[in-house]
Ligand binder design. Structure first.
Ligand code: SF4
Length: 226
């Protein structure tokens, strides 16, 4: 299987000449296209580099897309240590116009490339909330720690759980998930929501889980939600 995967990693013909390129293992998840729209475009059902990044800022954005590609399908033939460092330091990235909310990047193929966000709150308000989980990476973990770590992990959908167990262990965070979304791999989540909500965590409204039905209540082995 690994050999087959290796054989498929060929540069797509749709890429323009230059450092950055996408290989044929792209799963068309759209991540690179919204993270670095000046560089990546959809071409024949997958992403391709249709314009090489122009200048330092665009190269760093393209590097962040490379780091966040869930299938490692983006490559660069050359990059500086400074570009890589800036790309890594820049994730999580503040979501424009949404104070205190950061896009984590580092999308996980196990989550079908779902986007995860970090909601930053002071410890007195209950600490930070990770909404869905990125791929576990020690660089990202260090950056999240610098933003205050993770007190709670809210998993919105059974398919978007990523490396939830590694993140929960790393930050000793409480995981919350709607009971109807819990599967074998998430049976150990600490808080299970029931009913239709809406729910809040220490005053912060939670996004609606993918499925919500029945009567409103929650059960917890380590914490509580309101
Ligand atoms: S992030 Fe990766 S998998 Fe997703 S569209 Fe871009 S190249 Fe394809």
């Amino acid at each position: 299987k690994a050999k087959m995967q290796q054989e498929r990693r060929v540069k797509r013909a749709e890429n323009v000449e230059g450092d950055f390129w996408v290989d044929s293992t792209c799963i068309d998840c759209d991540t690179c296209r919204w993270m670095a729209p000046a560089t990546f475009t959809r071409a024949n059902g997958m992403s391709a580099v249709t314009a090489q990044p122009a200048g330092h800022v665009e190269r760093v954005r393209a590097m962040q897309a490379l780091l966040s590609c869930p299938t490692y399908s983006i490559h660069t033939d050359s990059r500086t240590a400074q570009e890589l460092s800036e790309a890594q330091v820049g994730l999580p990235a503040l979501v424009p116009g949404v104070p205190g909310v950061f896009h984590c990047g580092w999308h996980d193929v196990k989550s079908y490339a779902a986007t995860s966000y970090l909601i930053v709150r002071p410890p007195a308000q209950g600490g930070n909330i990770l909404v869905d989980c990125p791929r576990y990476n020690p660089v990202l973990a260090r950056n999240i720690a610098a933003l205050g770590g993770v007190s709670h992990i809210f998993l919105t959908h059974k398919d978007d759980v990523g490396d939830h167990d590694k993140w929960a262990r790393h930050f000793n965070a409480l995981r919350t998930m709607h009971q109807s979304e819990v599967r074998a791999g998430t049976a150990g989540v600490e808080v299970q929501l029931r009913g239709e909500g809406p729910w809040a965590l220490d005053g912060t409204p939670l996004p609606a889980p993918a499925t919500a039905s029945g009567s409103s209540s929650s059960s917890s082995s380590r914490g509580s939600s309101s």
